[in-house]
Design a protein. Structure first.
Length: 72
């Protein structure tokens, strides 16, 4: 059995390990920064909604509507 100071040391180490494992403390340093501007509802960055590596785009080859064309 652990007695006296050894028990206190083990308890302090256990408490420190539990405190260090709190998600609100250890996850934020690893999250990407939020976008600088509003992207709008038509852009979804992927499953995590946080990383540029999750970004997927669909390109549609169709005429644009709603824009004035410049005359040459």
């Amino acid at each position: 059995m652990v007695k006296g100071r050894e028990r206190e040391l083990l308890k302090a180490m256990f408490d420190a390990a539990i405190a260090a494992a709190q998600p609100d403390k250890c996850i934020p340093p690893h999250l990407s920064a939020p976008p600088r501007g509003r992207l709008g509802d038509s852009v979804v960055t992927g499953p995590t909604l946080t990383n540029v590596n999750d970004f997927r785009a669909i390109l549609v080859a169709a005429p644009l509507e709603g824009f004035e064309q410049e005359s040459s």
